[in-house]
Ligand binder design. Structure first.
Ligand SMILES: [Zn+2]
Length: 334
């Protein structure tokens, strides 16, 4: 997802200055070094950064928050071409495995209801400490169902979502949730529930001005598997321009094997989906007529897998729907 122009204001209002300074200092360093701690799978993490550019317009304190040009450093999800090749080869291998397994047996699924376990990570019992309402969580599930059903204007996908549990956990050592940290690993190792088909969503304040991050699917279940989402990005939250629940939609897209629409830029196979026009770089806010590649089609700024405002993004394509279902049957189906 994209930027959080209100971050400084929000944090200044609700969080001690020392905490803010710590977060700013972390943001300046970036998460690339931390992500390297995932030596086994650095390519499997998608994180959504704040956007310094838009902050310049939206927040007079922007220069103090995220250094200009720091965006790429903050985003370990900008996969390299080699990482994409590795993931695509793995998908093909997983599909071959499943095809062999299924000979004369179970047909691939055409519709999928995904059980969802939501872990609310809290520092304390206050709203600023992460105690968001059940109502917001229920509304987030509704947004997921509408987005993936195509009822907001995009292609219908195979996926529906059923909330099975809200797990509230007060643990200051896990708050904020720091991308790539040992605390994140500890949190997920302790809390993750269900099989490969179970979507675990972790909600909290997040490190590095991030709106969320996700793991891509793997052939073997990994305790790190799941989606982390900024709690105030849920519908009705305080993350201005990012409080309609589309961070959740976007991160679940990664969990279902989608890349960003700007993956690979203008050349090559891009996001490995044929009906999303190529895009040179992330789009922020809600630009008009953006067209960054000479290939056919304007930039897919309304796609859930770009970085625009929640109010701007409303669709998956048929190609993305197909890619997600293929990946489900290769990786997550029982
Ligand atoms: Zn993303």
């Amino acid at each position: 997802m994209g930027l959080r122009p209100n971050l400084l204001t929000r944090r200044t209002a609700g969080v001690a200055t020392s905490t803010l300074a710590l977060l700013l200092s972390t943001a300046a360093v970036g998460v690339v070094p931390a992500a390297s701690a995932f030596s086994a799978a650095p390519a499997e993490v998608c994180a959504e950064p704040a956007d310094a550019h838009a902050d310049e317009h939206a927040d007079e304190h922007a220069n103090a928050r995220v250094a200009k040009g720091g965006n790429a450093k903050l985003d370990p999800n900008h996969l390299t071409a080699a990482q994409v090749r590795e993931r695509e080869a793995d998908l093909a291998a997983a599909q071959r495995e499943r095809a062999g397994f299924r000979t004369g047996a179970v047909a691939p699924l055409a519709t999928v209801t995904i059980p969802v376990v939501v872990h609310v990570i809290q520092e304390n019992s206050t709203r600023a400490g992460g105690n968001i309402t059940d109502s917001m969580i229920n509304q987030q599930i509704t947004v997921l169902n509408q987005s993936y059903a195509g009822s907001t204007g995009g292609a219908a996908t195979a996926f529906g979502f059923q909330l099975t549990k809200i797990n509230r956990v007060t643990n200051p050592s896990w708050y904020p949730i720091v991308q790539g940290s040992s605390a994140e690993r500890s949190m997920k190792t302790s809390l993750r529930e269900g099989g490969k088909n179970t979507l675990n969503i972790y909600l909290g304040e997040l490190s590095d001005s991030l709106l969320g991050w996700a793991t891509f699917p793997k052939r073997t279940l990994d305790k790190m598997d799941g989606v982390v989402v900024l709690n105030e990005s849920l519908p009705g939250g305080t993350a201005t321009n990012y409080n309609q629940g589309d961070t959740g939609t976007h991160e679940v897209g990664h969990w279902l094997n989608l890349y960003h629409t700007f993956q690979g830029g203008c050349s090559g196979s891009g996001d490995s989906v044929s009906d999303t026009p190529a895009e040179a770089s992330p789009a922020y806010q809600c630009p008009t007529g953006r067209d960054t590649c000479s290939t056919a089609g304007k930039d897919p700024i309304t796609n859930f897998m770009d970085y625009t405002y929640d109010s701007c993004m409303y669709q998956f394509t048929a190609g993305q729907a197909s890619r997600m279902l293929s990946a489900w049957n290769a990786y997550r189906a029982a």
